[in-house]
Design a protein around this ligand. Structure first.
Ligand code: ATP
Ligand code: MG
Length: 242
């Protein structure tokens, strides 16, 4: 696998890189995904490679929002599948939100490889192999979605998203929860809840939070969502970076 010594000061970061590179080698992550990871790492360095209090609040509100929604979905791309496959499967299981593979650099082969990869980490049915609907106003391959999945969902959790699709999903009236380390990206600016954190921290955090929130009543969950201020969260992230 790899010979990175566990006491290396950048062990965690190097292991994350290793997972993305091995995703490319397995054909589940695109080569462009390496560049996206690099851009994310730069922002992660600036926020201190830890979950900011504002990101923690965003993850908590996002967990409550997913639990409240009657129709919810987790959209998976090649980077998220390489970085947190088991955690995405766990989140899907405990929230009841199905997984749907949705790719910018879509090929049938890659979609099937990602589905198999998620299933190797315990997933049951994964949507995305046979898209039968389109997101209006989008020309990229990310517009291809499943009618029973992303198309009809009220809440879409997208660990990694591109700005124009995020905007299109919001334009369809959906609540979009995005994880993006860049608070300035169009994705972070457009999302209903923007989690400025690394997916390798955000998704496991949310698994824990959903476990706790599942025992709460609907009123409590609604309160958590109402109390959350996304603009303030983005401003806090910017302050931390500065
Ligand atoms: P936008 O289209 O929203 O303006 P962009 O074009 O800057 O975004 P891309 O380069 O298409 O974005 O995709 C990379 C995005 O994903 C970056 O904003 C980056 O911060 C984010 N990103 C990359 N890796 C991670 C990660 N591991 N966790 C969270 N976010 C990440
Ligand atoms: Mg982009």
């Amino acid at each position: 696998m790899t010979d990175i010594p566990p006491d290396h000061p950048r062990y965690f970061s190097l292991m994350t890189r290793h997972r993305i590179v091995s995703g490319v080698e397995k054909g589940i992550t695109s080569q462009e995904g390496l560049i996206a990871q690099g851009r994310g790492e730069a922002f992660d360095y600036l926020i201190g490679e830890e979950t900011l209090p504002s990101a923690h609040a965003a993850e908590y509100a996002a967990s409550a929002m997913i639990l409240l929604a009657k129709r919810r979905i987790i959209s998976v791309n090649g980077n998220a599948a390489a970085l947190v496959p088991a955690e995405l499967v766990q989140l899907s299981e405990i929230t009841g939100a199905p997984l749907e593979v949705n790719l910018f650099y879509r090929t049938e082969e890659r979609v099937l490889k990602i589905i198999k990869h998620l299933q190797a980490h315990g997933a049951g049915q994964v949507l995305g192999a046979q898209p039968d609907a389109a997101i209006p106003g989008l020309t990229s391959k990310r517009s291809n979605v499943c009618h029973s999945g992303i198309y009809l969902a009220y809440v879409v959790f997208v660990p990694m998203e591109d700005g124009d699709r995020c905007e299109a999903l919001v334009g369809m009236g959906k609540q979009v929860i995005a994880v993006d380390l860049n608070p300035l990206s169009r994705t972070a600016q457009q999302a209903t809840i923007s989690i400025v954190d690394n997916v390798v921290r955000a998704v496991p955090n949310m698994v824990e939070m959903v476990r706790e929130l599942k025992s709460r009543d609907e009123g409590y969950l609604q309160g958590v969502v109402m109390d959350f201020d996304n603009k303030k969260g983005l401003a806090d992230a910017m302050d931390s970076i500065i």
